[in-house]
Design a protein around this ligand. Structure first.
Ligand code: COA
Length: 260
């Protein structure tokens, strides 16, 4: 697939996906969502890629939302379909990827942009970042998982205040609320994320994938997270990574994980 709206690069096990529509503040149109799905799927299947960093191009925006121009005249059915397809192709897809995805929020993360950042396994923001779910100011609600993931991350009261006021919060406020894990200067954002990625990469990719699955199970309707954890824990014992990790510890050497 030729990418027209995103840039993908990979170096030493860390892949970076940059959403690249700066003239529209990286707003997510249908084509961008399809490209992101394709790139994420390809990178997740590539065993040499151990961490994915997702960011926006330019210094102003991560993603300023779903592309308003694209859905302004949609019907009820088209609106519901837009949300369903987007959630399946991108937002749920990112959250359930076995490869860790770090959201590097480098500016405005609004509407679908904040929803995309919240789908990532965790987030780091630059100090100029601004985050919000302004959908009710457009007469609509967040449709890419925002009503579910924002309360999960910051609690119901704070989430409802953000959603109902349609306001933006600063990176520092997002840090205090637990929406982002770190705030750093914009020039240092990607290197900082790569530093965390390097620490993640020392560990078993197989175990990390199982941990993502077990943590996500807590938030899935009708799924018992404790049971998922028990199954995933047991599964680890049948893997090469587990043999390597425990053997390396007992032999007092560094583990060399293959992800198998
Ligand atoms: N969808 C489509 N286009 C968007 C967009 C979006 N979500 N966000 C920004 N753009 C476009 C603007 O229309 C403008 O395009 P143009 O130059 O062709 O007119 C361009 O990006 C630059 O945006 P602009 O509004 O001129 O920048 P600004 O610095 O004045 O304001 C924002 C920045 C983020 C405050 C403002 O763009 C904004 O409010 N965007 C919409 C945010 C939103 O409601 N998102 C949720 C969507 S569900």
């Amino acid at each position: 697939m030729n990418y027209e709206n995103i840039l993908v690069s990979a170096e030493q096990g860390i892949a970076t996906i940059t959403i690249n529509r700066p003239s529209k503040l990286n707003a997510l149109n249908k084509a961008t969502i399809a490209e992101l799905h394709h790139a994420l799927n390809t990178l997740d299947l590539d065993a040499s890629v151990r961490v994915i960093i997702m960011t926006g191009s330019g210094e102003k925006a991560f993603v300023a939302g779903a592309d308003i121009a694209e859905f302004a005249d949609f019907s009820v059915e088209e609106g519901a379909q837009l949300a369903a397809q987007g959630q399946e192709l991108l937002f749920d897809f990112v959250e359930n990827l076995r490869t860790p995805v770090i959201g590097a929020v480098n500016g405005f993360a609004l509407g679908g942009g904040l929803e995309l950042a919240m789908s990532c396994h965790f987030r780091v923001a630059s100090d100029n970042a601004k985050m919000g779910l302004p959908e009710v100011s457009l007469g609509v609600i967040p449709g890419y998982g925002g009503t579910q993931r924002l309360p999960q991350l910051i609690g119901k009261g704070r989430a409802l205040e953000m959603i109902m006021t349609a306001g933006m919060i600063s990176a520092e406020d997002a840090y205090r609320a637990g929406l982002v894990n770190h705030v750093v200067a914009q020039a240092e954002l990607l290197d900082f994320c790569k530093g965390i990625a390097a620490r993640i990469m020392k560990n078993s990719p197989m175990a990390i994938g199982q941990a993502i699955k077990a943590v996500n199970a807590n938030f899935k309707e009708g799924v018992n997270g404790f049971e998922t954890e028990i199954k995933a824990f047991g599964k680890c014992f049948g893997t090469e990574d587990f043999k390597e990790g425990t053997t390396a510890f007992l032999e007092k050497r560094k583990a060399e994980f293959t992800g198998k």
